[in-house]
Design a protein around this ligand. Structure first.
Ligand SMILES: *Cc1c(COP(=O)(O)O)cnc(C)c1O
Length: 456
């Protein structure tokens, strides 16, 4: 649209409107061309991006691209913004995982098309890996996808029609809204409460449910909060869904990534009747996001989803085949051979960075970090009243780049203004340096009235 408007403004005023450029070949009235006989339409080029493409919007890109600041020239940039554990090279995947991929490639057996839901043997392996007596799984309960993102896309697409709505956490991972809006599905936000370690506001959650609600999205452990729900809280969420008859889309990509042993709970294990599509994958726990391996686990012990949803997922999986067959060929070994030390080392690294970052930022005037207990993130509240120079979290993080070369995502990206998110996968010395620079930045900009002096 814009380019045509520009043409209209800058073009020769004498010419009639050039609006007909937008009229597509087949549509509007005849447009006779001399010498070509009556009724013959003159075709025009009118290649327009689709409505769906225009409804597809990535808030992180939009916000980050709008932050046009250069890092401080004398300080090397420390980026605490990208949720990709491979960017600093300090967290390689397990040797066995790499070996499994090499073996799968060398076997020469993984080069063809797999069934749309994945190799049967592979689905069996995933089912066996996640099956437990409380929530048993078989191969037919597993659909392999291209990353957890495609799992979420398929799950949303099978559960919701355009015009329906889904309940999504705030703060939360932005993909849910991006996908939902592109599909014409409305998003309603339920709040996570920082003062309650990011537990959901259950009353508000339940009040959002209406006759058009297609599912509840639960992300546990959470990106961006780094929070982990306890068993009791998950049970309360299940009780809401049970009362309201709402299925759950559980984004459990950070399953098992918790700092206290034994604190990892899955919704499916605790559910007696609520049907759940649990989405997961290799990206985070195995530290290989680029391999694009994900899955949906169908938990439906009361047969509420039944054939309807299973057949729907099967049909959707046939649009485009999901995961790369080489990764599928390696999956059994990846799940069975990865050493316990690998998981342990990753978690103790994240836990120690979390402690370092939380402890340091807790003593900074004007900041309120919320202690994380899993995943790879920490959220920090900004007491904006003490930083009157800055309009909001976007401006705060923008100035932090310009003055200290530290880049954190403003939590406006996660629908949660006045916070920023710190990624904990960076090497320890960079983490420490970044926290010191954040402290210096805050000390330089903190303003407290006499009676509001910081007591830290
Ligand atoms: C990283 C992430 C995903 C995406 O996983 P992929 O397998 O890379 O598609 C999904 N959900 C959350 C909450 C994430 O942080």
């Amino acid at each position: 649209m814009d380019s045509y408007l520009i043409q209209m403004v800058t073009g020769k005023a004498a010419l009639p409107s050039v609006l007909d450029v937008q009229v597509s070949r087949a549509s509007k009235g005849p447009c006779c061309v001399a010498g070509k006989g009556r009724g013959h339409r003159k075709p025009h080029w009118a290649v327009r991006a689709s409505e769906m493409s225009k409804r597809t919007f990535n808030p992180i890109r939009a916000i980050v691209d709008s932050m046009k600041v250069e890092p401080h020239p004398q300080k090397p940039l420390i980026s605490l913004s990208i949720g990709d554990p491979t960017v600093f090279g300090n967290l390689p995947t397990d040797e066995q995982v790499t070996q499994a991929m090499k073996d799968a490639l060398d076997s020469g057996k993984c080069n063809g098309y797999a069934p749309s839901t994945g190799y049967l043997s592979c689905r069996e392996v995933v089912a066996g890996y996640y099956s437990c007596p409380e929530a048993p799984l078989q191969a037919q309960d597993v659909i392999l996808t291209s990353g957890c993102s495609q799992a979420i896309e398929l799950a949303l697409a099978v559960l919701a029609n355009p015009g329906q709505n889904i309940l999504v956490p705030r703060p939360g991972f932005s993909l849910y809204k991006t996908l939902a809006h592109s599909m014409g599905i409305e998003v309603k936000f339920y709040d996570l409460l920082p003062e309650k370690s990011w537990e959901s506001d259950l009353k508000q959650m339940e009040s959002l449910v209406d006759e058009k609600t297609a599912c509840l999205v639960v992300n546990n452990p959470s990106n961006p909060c780094g929070s982990v729900f306890c068993k009791g809280h998950l049970q309360k969420i299940l009780a809401v869904c049970s009362r309201q008859c709402i299925p759950i889309l559980a984004d459990e990509i950070y399953a098992e990534m918790v700092f206290e042993e034994g604190k990892s709970e899955s919704l499916a294990k605790l559910s007696s009747n609520v049907p759940i599509l649990s989405c997961g994958g290799l990206a985070k726990r195995w530290l290989v996001p680029g391999w694009r391996m994900g899955w949906i686990l169908i938990h439906d012990r009361r047969e509420i989803f039944g054939k309807e949803i299973r057949d729907g997922l099967l049909r959707l999986s046939q649009r485009i085949l999901g995961p790369c067959t080489i990764v599928q060929g390696a999956l059994a070994h990846i799940l069975h051979w990865t050493s316990p030390e690998f998981y342990h080392n990753t978690l103790s690294f994240l836990k120690s960075n979390a402690a370092l970052c939380y402890t340091t930022l807790s003593t900074v005037c004007g900041l309120r970090p919320v202690k994380p207990s899993g995943a790879m993130y920490l959220m920090v509240g900004i007491e904006m009243e003490h930083f009157p120079e800055f309009e909001n979290d976007v401006e705060f993080t923008e100035r932090l780049i310009a003055e200290q070369s530290v880049f954190c995502l403003p939590a406006t990206c996660f629908e949660y203004p006045n916070f920023f998110r710190v990624v904990l996968t960076v090497p320890e010395d960079m983490m420490a340096e970044a926290c010191q620079r954040i402290r210096q930045f805050c000390e330089q900009h903190y303003e407290g009235a006499q009676d509001l002096e910081c007591d830290k």
